[in-house]
Design a protein around this ligand. Structure first.
Ligand code: SF4
Length: 368
């Protein structure tokens, strides 16, 4: 049996990036050992993506969704949600604020809709954001499963990164998290279309889900690698009591620490395996620990997505319970984040897109 030090000392070599090694790392229990793992991931982050943290101001523009995922607070069957759609001017004003405050990019996200009015609305909004920032603001979008034509239209309108979380790479597990009319293959196919069109492609999973095994998590890591993704947005599973999956995860309060550490260990393992991709330190970590997002950065992440949605709508966009920062306005969020990021001696990539070095390298190779 090899020791943790033996594994970490050699993990820079491709031969050591084995499923067995990652299973061992994900199962670490001793806090000192876990810290060693984080330190190694941080070292690899510094080497491959540098010390900068990039901001993506996130606008949650609507909580209307045609899907019914068992874990999600804004699923269509949840009648306890006040549904909203932001007006174009509200989205543009948030984007303008991000631009004026030197955020390099924004993320537009909403529940999934594929009707004509929505597709046009997003297309127009993307073009207006490009206009108001002289093309300078980077745009990531996350609007779920769409047709090839829709993805292409939005790409041509100015979005250049797309985040579509696969949630689990195990099709049998996927079936337990979704109703029968949601298909794993369809999601995978969408991810392929996004990549073919030329978006920087992001995906992710939920960590610590009911019915999930450590082998599933290891497979998720290797799925990211084999799919050659550019960005990763993943976080611990958090319960929303208004969802069917909540009854599969009892005594959540007692398991919070475990969920939190598993979320961080997955970030660290992803950094070690994937090296030069962008990895977000998600709000879900902060929901479990006040300093969760900074810890995510110390465990290998390099992206933060501060919420810039108008405050009055944040309460209604709760994918999980007790989401943090719903009462802080964007200015306050920014000040607090700056302090937190300087506190861990990371720089902020003001005004930069902060594209994934992995994506840049691929494009360079393709253009030779
Ligand atoms: S996870 Fe996404 S697609 Fe599923 S119900 Fe929630 S918002 Fe809709």
């Amino acid at each position: 049996m090899r020791t943790l030090n033996q594994i970490l000392n050699k993990i820079d070599s491709e031969d050591e990036l084995t499923k067995d090694n990652f299973k061992f790392l994900l199962q670490l229990k001793n806090r000192g050992d876990i810290d060693l793992l984080f330190r190694k991931a941080y070292e690899i982050k510094q080497k491959y993506v540098g010390n900068k943290t990039y901001f993506r101001g996130i606008v949650e523009l609507s909580n209307i969704c045609r899907k019914d995922c068992y874990y999600c607070g804004i699923r269509r069957s949840n009648k306890n949600v006040n549904r909203f759609v932001l007006k174009e001017e509200q989205i543009l004003s948030a984007a303008k604020w991000a631009y004026e405050n030197n955020y390099g990019s924004v993320v537009l996200q909403s529940g999934e809709r594929n009707d004509k009015a929505f597709i046009e609305f997003i297309e127009k909004t993307l073009m207006e954001i490009k206009k108001l920032s002289d093309g300078e603001l980077g745009i990531t979008i996350s609007f779920g499963e769409q047709s090839y034509d829709t993805y292409k239209r939005w790409f041509e309108a100015g979005a250049h990164r797309y985040l579509l979380r696969i949630e689990t790479s195990n099709p049998e597990h996927y079936k337990k998290l979704h109703p029968p009319d949601h298909f794993f293959e369809e999601r995978l196919n969408c991810l392929k279309m996004i990549k073919d069109i030329g978006y920087q492609t992001g995906t992710g999973v939920m960590i610590g889900l009911p019915f999930q095994t450590v082998d599933d998590l290891v497979s998720d890591l290797f799925f990211f690698k084999e799919f050659d993704i550019d960005m990763l947005g993943m976080g611990p599973y958090l319960v929303n009591e208004d969802t069917p999956l909540a009854k599969e995860f009892l005594n959540f309060e007692e398991k919070k620490d475990e969920q939190y550490l598993l979320g961080l260990k997955m970030i660290a393992c992803a950094r070690i395996l994937l090296r030069d991709v962008n990895i977000a330190s998600t709000t879900a970590l902060q929901a479990l620990k006040y300093s969760g997002r900074e810890m995510g950065l110390l465990a290998g992440a390099n992206i933060i997505m501060p919420n810039i949605t108008p405050m009055e709508y944040r309460e209604a966009y709760q994918l999980y319970d007790n989401k943090p920062c719903i009462d802080d306005d964007a200015e306050l969020c920014l000040d607090c984040l700056k302090q937190r990021i300087y506190g861990i001696e990371s720089e902020i990539g003001y005004g930069e897109w902060g594209d994934s070095p992995h994506f840049k390298k691929k494009n360079l190779i393709n253009n030779i």
